[in-house]
Design a protein around this ligand. Structure first.
Ligand SMILES: [Zn+2]
Length: 475
């Protein structure tokens, strides 16, 4: 993949307005991961095959001991967050599958208003020891303290914590960026040699220049420009569209050029979290490939991709035409097509065919088409006689639809009644005979009846009743 193809700009259309006071984050690079991350070579991006990576994501909401919260968010809110995250990261072939939302009841942690205090009070140890995390997945915790932080974990516990107002804000994109190996554009916050508030990355991008340090300072990436610590830095000015129009200088007195105030990994104005540079995308994918997945890469990739084709809640009906109060629902944020499909007679798919089994036929006729910004989540379901496809440029997703659901089963008959109209016309002079399952399923049921006028009711296991009227003539 070329650098150019990786470049992506994402304009935030946030339904959520976070106070302009600004977002901060307690990210510190893991000393254990640093040596691995330093193997990333900005000038050699050829190793990336651009395969899709799919992660499961679990949300955890901090509430009081009794389950209450002044800011209780609903599953719908968190599904919106997931859709928001996917719309950004799917551009880089990184995907997230809903794993669930669980409340974490703890009044002591709930009441803490300072993020650093929350962490020093042992919040992560608490959730880790009490089963409020899922191993090997991304775990995102919401709380009442300000801002957020991300643990760059070396074990299977990959935690992110975030103020509850930030789940649909660029801040969540920022924290996931940390999780996948990205530093702040302005560098680490606590670098002993280059102290807070900026670690003095010089603005020059030319390796031949005296004073060039872009590959060792700031985020150590040359493609991202030297950037002051935050928009509060002296002489930083942004216009209404987040363009930098200030006159700030770096620590050598040189004017900053193109500082990254639209970058997800900066501290910028709330509406300006908008983009990653191509090198940042490449570094996140490097981190996933070389640090998180390593030898298990292909295995996990395949397993997790299947997950996107599993409903996050609900169930398929057992029989065709059966009313379903709990239909299978799929997560929002993707474009889905449900194409008409048919399974071979010898291999019916009364339950959806397996992800890897594409031994069915399908047409281009979509019985249901869902857009990524669909807000009626109950509409994102899997109709009978269709297979689902996720519209995404990568060949792993498109155009091959998966999981043909082609259910023609009728519910079994569990009994019924035969009503004979004794006068041969419909009136009240009737004889009613109860029949059990064996009798109602007897193939000779009709043959064995005497001539006459009948009403036959077949009761089915799902509660439905099939009713037929019959006039049996003399033979
Ligand atoms: Zn950060």
């Amino acid at each position: 993949m070329t650098k150019k193809m990786l470049t992506a700009v994402f304009l935030l259309i946030s339904l959520w307005v976070y106070p302009q006071t600004g977002f901060t984050c307690s990210f510190e690079e893991s000393p254990l991961l640093a040596p691995l991350l330093n193997n990333f070579d900005e000038n050699d991006l050829t190793a990336d095959d651009n395969r899709p990576y799919v992660f499961q994501l679990h949300y955890w909401q901090l509430v009081r001991d009794d389950g209450t919260s002044d800011n209780l968010l609903t599953e719908q809110d968190f599904l919106e967050s997931l859709a928001f995250v996917n719309k950004v990261y799917n551009q880089f072939n990184i995907f997230f599958k809903w794993d669930g939302l669980t409340n974490v009841p703890n009044t002591i942690f709930y009441d803490i208003e300072d993020r650093d205090e929350l962490l020093t009070a042992g919040f992560y140890a608490y959730v880790h020891q009490n089963g409020f995390y899922v191993p090997g997945q991304l775990n995102i915790y919401t709380h009442n303290a300000g801002g957020g932080s991300s643990g760059q974990s070396t074990n299977d516990f990959m935690p992110i914590n975030l103020n509850w107002q930030l789940i649909r804000h660029g801040a969540i994109i920022h924290e996931i960026g940390h999780n996948y190996g990205l530093a702040h554009t302005f560098g680490p916050l606590w670098d002993q040699d280059n102290p807070f508030p900026h670690n003095c990355e010089h603005q020059t991008r030319n390796p031949g220049d005296l004073g060039f340090n872009a590959n060792t300072h700031g985020d150590k990436l040359v493609e991202t420009y030297a950037t002051p610590y935050s928009i509060d830095y002296d002489d930083v000015v942004l216009d209404g569209d987040c363009n930098y129009i200030g006159s700030a200088v770096d620590c050598t007195g040189e004017l900053y050029i193109n500082p990254e105030f639209k970058n997800f990994m900066s501290y910028t104005r709330s509406d300006c979290y908008r983009e990653f540079k191509s090198v940042q995308i490449a570094k996140m994918r490097f981190t996933i490939r070389e640090v998180f997945l390593n030898g298990l890469e292909s295995l996990r990739d395949t397993i997790h991709r299947k997950e996107l084709y599993e409903p996050y809640q609900g169930a398929y009906t057992e029989y065709a035409g059966q009313p379903n109060g709990d239909p299978p629902l799929f997560q929002p944020g993707f474009e889905y097509y449900f194409f008409e499909c048919e399974c071979p007679e010898q291999q019916p798919c009364n339950v959806p065919s397996a992800y890897d089994d594409t031994n069915f036929t399908y047409t281009n006729n979509a019985l249901l088409h869902i857009l990524p910004d669909e807000i009626d989540y109950s509409a994102i379901t899997h109709p009978n006689h269709t297979a689902m496809a996720i519209k995404h440029p990568h060949e792993a997703f498109w155009p091959q639809p998966r999981r043909c659901f082609d259910n023609w089963l009728s519910p079994p008959i569990i009994g019924g009644t035969i009503t004979k109209f004794n006068d041969g016309i419909y009136n009240a002079n009737v004889t009613i005979t109860q029949k059990d399952s064996l009798q109602m399923n007897d193939v000779n049921l009709i043959n064995d009846l005497d001539p006459g006028l009948y009403n036959i009711k077949k009761s089915k296991v799902d509660g439905s009743v099939e009713e037929t009227n019959l006039l049996k003539e003399n033979e």
